[in-house]
Design a protein around this ligand. Sequence first.
Ligand code: MTE
Ligand code: HPA
Ligand code: MOS
Length: 773
Amino acid sequence: MKICVPTNMKNIDSYTHVRGESVYLDDIPLLKGTLYAIAFDSPLAHGKIISLDLSEAIAMPGVVRIFTAKDIPGENQIGGIIPDEELLASTHVHFCGMPVALVVAESEEAGRLAVKKININIEPLPVITDPREAQAKGELIVAPRTFQMGDIASAWAQCDQIFEGSTETNGQEHLYIETQGAYAIPMENGAIRIYSSTQGPTAVQRTAASVLHMSMHEIEVDTTRLGGGFGGKEDQASAWAILCALATYHLKKPVKYALHRMEDMRMTGKRHPYSSDFKIGLDKNMKILAYEATFYQNAGAAADLSPAVMERTLFHCTNSYFVPNVKATAYSCRTHLPPNTAFRGFGGPQGMFVIEAAIAKAADALGIPASDIQSANLLRTGDEFPYGQAAESEANECWKKTEELYNINALRREVEDFNNKNKLHKKGLALMPICFGISFTKTRMNQGRSLVHVYTDGSVSVSTGAVEMGQGVNTKILQVVARVFSLDPNRIKIHSTNTYRIANTSPTAASAAADLNGKATEIACLEILNRLKIVAGEELNVPADTIEIKEGKVYTNGQLSILNWDDLVIRTFTRRVSLSEHAHYTPPGIHFDPAKEKGHPFAYHVYGTAIITVTIDCLRGIYEVDSVKVVHDFGTSMNTIVDLGQCEGGIVQGIGWMTMEEIVYDKEGKLRSNALSTYKVPDIYSVPKEITIHALDTKKDNLAVFRSKAVGEPPLMYGIGAYFALRNAVKAFNPTVDLPFDAPMTPEKLLMSLYPPSTKRNKKEQGEFTQAQ
Ligand code: MTE
Ligand code: HPA
Ligand code: MOS
């Protein structure tokens, strides 16, 4: 098939984005009579509600009504996997920020003033914020799970070296530019339309129906695009949408709620912090013979997606290495923090950090670069993952290409020379290979759908289950249509994600939206194309299989015919042949048996390797990421601009998580890093000075759309390398320091590790240091 769409096509939203014309939730024109909702949330992390006094608040000007748990007609329940999360607290509060009441007012200002007048009396109960403490007290969300391979017990005896340790990785605020929000509108016969900034329109629809005791066919959810989701709106967009719908249900009025940034930061969950233990055993040739890990996931106060996130931690606990003997156990620990949730990588990064820490610890002890161990253990095709799937591995190809393309030996020499010449600045370098499984780990969620209409003027309209959130999925879907129909992209429009047009969607997540919905779109288009060809054959009196449609023209046996796309569409319609198709796609061959913890859960894996170099300032503790040089496995990229954007964005977000973004809850479970003044995210000054990405172009058929590979999440994990590069730089300054594996490596922590109180630096060096000041 001829490609009429360039693989460097710009994101179709770029024109309206730069003009400020793209429509987000807050840009939807409001209907007359629209009311504004705002939640009153718990000031305490755990306690029993003794009394809730709304009298002062309800008397405030402009206040229409205040809703509480008693006003919920159906189930007061929004838990997606486990029903353990109330929409509005009824008798107890389980985290600071848990919604207790909903004020609805004629203006946002009036609502916000009224919220301050609500008086709640809570009898405090003990607060747990630490996952290990929760585990020790038996506070688990689900039963622990263990992935095992080989025979770990006897493997230790064969190891020449064994290392043990612990790690901490902190959470991460999603910081989507568009905060959570929704707008609900009453429709006839009691139905409700909800505009929601959600990755999961069906989740909003399903949960709204059960909370309001309505049928799903009475709830329409519509999503044009999100100003970012990053996993934070996979499950956690539902509460706000349903709160609006609850008010609409009672008041028969349009109701809007767009959270302020501090509300959003306070009330929503984040990436899961993990506390973990590892034990790693190596033979003389640096082969990892045995690896044992225990993960304590800080789930927060309710399950949300934590069990699935925990599962992905186990899936990715050996990163891109083959380890013959593995035992990995994970606990999902219930604490009194806002329920933590999906975040780009979905538990995978947390698992991968631990084995990288284990390798770093071994390398330190053996006095070798970690890369010697990393490279000796990369997965080969046919190697088995601890969950039973055999790898189709590109790990070695990516690693070798990285070493060669970026001249790793020269880079190492540069770092060494620099460190020999400089006392107060040190460089560090680390390699970071990645391996990420593509497919929802819950097999049944791997479904995509697409509805394609060709109108009688020849233009094409497409709806799918995918939600556009900046990742460019609509551009890719448009490319699929343009490619199958060989049609000018300007004649194709991708419409909002709407539960009346596309039913029972999986959330746009697991990096699989373009794969699943793109494939469904391909199937729908091929079906319509087939019908067009049959009609063309009949019109031209030739067999249908001699027909080709290229760039808007119709050919028979390679010869231009009298028909073009527009004529053919009209003739197809005139013959009463359908110009519409709804298609469904599910990747073949995936399965998983949770009883055995074995199966073939992923359609395929994405691989890659990054080299990260950093420079630290040993006086101030500040640092810069000099470069991130990557060889990434894109399969055959469908869109190089979009894919490079995904890589760059993922890398910067990963570096943010590992180096500067520091979520702080105090012992009472109150978020201290509750605004952008106390929570530092990467900005233009802190992004790497250089990001180079080389595509490992593989032509293999891999079950994704047009042999591309999913790209949304995997690059985030290159950011883990920044942590280890910083660590190496610290070691260049202070070789004897015993550095805990405690991410993020903030400038404060880095400074403390350069001059730990316990290390006695020799006089001469101290003299030089004083002089240099
Ligand atoms: N890119 C942008 N710009 N905004 C986002 O919110 N989310 C990420 C990733 N890239 C995100 C993004 C996450 S968490 C996922 S799972 C994928 O996009 C989802 O989209 P895809 O399945 O189309 O890759
Ligand atoms: N990834 C992302 N989101 C998910 C998954 C997954 O594997 N499973 C359920 N939601
Ligand atoms: Mo992404 S964390 O799967 O939304």
